[in-house]
Design a protein around this ligand. Structure first.
Ligand code: NAD
Ligand code: TYD
Length: 376
């Protein structure tokens, strides 16, 4: 029997992690601790909400007393920490919220875990504090090959299409060079996690993952926003020239990596997780248009004129590309889903779940949860 808090379980990646753990480990107790900000949506978990091994607790990770009490009453022996403010554009407008949630919230969880586990006879034995971070903390890579070169390493799933746009990749030993308030706040939280291991011996693990895509992503991020806009024939705001490169990973591949690392990763280690799958934004946008048009029985490519180049994001990182060979070597993890398949699946999901999209874009769901929880 294990009792695990998953923070941010009502968000995009968190909901996939919660679903995986609830389904795969019926003898674990899975506690989803989430504040339900605009990005948190319990509808993401409607299929598992009544399972006996699942519990939802609405709580702010910054509520240190609340977290400590929850750990004590639930005898928590593992934390998988995903709760965060996660959107770069919002961080540019409102950096304080990012520092508060991402840095202070993580510190509150660390301190609660430390106090609770140190109060037990076995202390840190069998305990895990697993912090989910981003590749964005490493800063930006140069684009030395704008046309792309065959990637120096790949996986079965990426071998067909994979190009690299430079020679350098993010490895675990790189120094942190965050540029956005979002990545700076994630870097700050990563430093606190490592400091709690080095100072107190807290059994921590950190992973830094590349851009995720898939169902249940809030439609402010590139892929769901653009699918929704294509459907409604609204402009597609491509920042700058659309040349920026991101390394995309299907969200369920990330969730599988989290499961593996939580159980088998080495304490105090960092693992990079990536898709071996670099794409320029403009190329992704073209694939999204073609796929969405085809699935909507429109002429493939007829919505290309929705592409609208807009002012670039301030401090826009040029290229992210992850070297996740450490994880491949040590734990045998590889992405399973080929990108073209993943995109097809993702576009289909958003088109089939228009009600979900309409709900989260209208804000009704937020008012609903406010009412539901304020009346308790
Ligand atoms: P998301 O924005 O979809 O979800 C975040 C969740 O955290 C929401 O459910 C929200 O309600 C909750 N939350 C926010 N503030 C909270 C607080 N103070 N207390 C409790 N809950 C709070 O985010 P996501 O895209 O699923 O990302 C999850 C984690 O993975 C984040 O830590 C992010 O930095 C990291 N990450 C994301 C990506 C990506 O591509 N999305 C890539 C690498 C790493
Ligand atoms: P995003 O999904 O916000 O993820 P991140 O900034 O964490 O990488 O953006 C992915 C890429 O798409 C990034 O280079 C910014 C770009 N982008 C646009 O060009 N237009 C948009 O409307 C959005 C949201 C993103």
């Amino acid at each position: 029997m294990r009792s695990i808090i998953i923070t941010g379980g009502a968000g995009f990646i968190g909901s996939h992690v919660v679903r995986l753990f609830v389904n795969k480990y019926p003898d674990y107790r899975i506690i989803n601790l989430d504040k339900l900000t605009y990005a948190g949506n319990l509808a993401n978990l409607s299929d598992i909400e009544n399972r006996p091994n699942y519990k939802f607790v609405r709580m702010d990770i910054c509520d240190f007393d609340g977290v400590l009490k929850l750990m004590q009453t639930e005898h928590v022996d593992g934390i998988i920490h995903l709760a965060a403010e996660s959107h770069v554009d919002r961080s540019i407008k409102d950096p304080f919220t990012f520092a508060q949630t991402n840095v202070m919230g993580t510190l509150s969880l660390l301190q609660a875990a430390k106090l609770y586990w140190e109060s037990l006879p076995e202390r840190y034995e069998g305990k895990r504090f697993y912090h989910i971070s981003t590749d964005e903390v490493y800063g930006a890579l140069e684009m030395t090959h704008p046309e792309g070169i065959p990637a120096p390493f790949s996986t079965k799933s990426s071998a067909v299409t994979h190009l690299a746009y430079g020679e350098k990749f993010f490895t675990e030993d790189l120094k942190y060079q965050p540029h956005s308030p979002y990545s700076a706040s994630k870097a700050g939280s990563d430093h606190f996690v490592r400091a709690f291991h080095d100072t107190y011996g807290l059994p921590t693990i950190v992973t830094n993952c590349s851009n995720n895509y898939g169902p249940y992503q809030f439609p402010e991020k590139l892929i769901p926003l653009f699918i929704n806009n294509i459907r409604h024939r609204k402009p597609l705001p491509v920042y700058g020239k659309g040349e920026n490169v991101r390394d995309w990973l299907y969200v369920e591949d990330h969730a599988r990596a989290i499961d593996l690392i939580f159980h088998a990763g080495r304490v105090a280690e960092t693992y990079n997780i990536g898709g071996f799958n670099e794409w320029k934004n403009i190329d992704i946008v073209r694939v999204l248009i073609k796929t969405t048009d085809r699935l909507l029985d429109r002429r493939e490519g007829e919505d290309m004129d929705l592409i609208t180049y807009v002012t670039d994001r301030a401090g826009h990182d040029l290229r992210y590309a992850i070297d996740s060979r450490k994880l491949q070597r040590e734990l045998g993890w590889e992405p399973l889903l080929q990108f073209e398949e993943g995109i097809e699946k993702t576009v289909r999901w958003y088109l089939d779940n228009q009600a979900w999209l309409d709900n989260v874009t209208s804000g009704d769901y937020q008012r609903y949860y406010e009412q539901m929880y304020s009346s308790r």
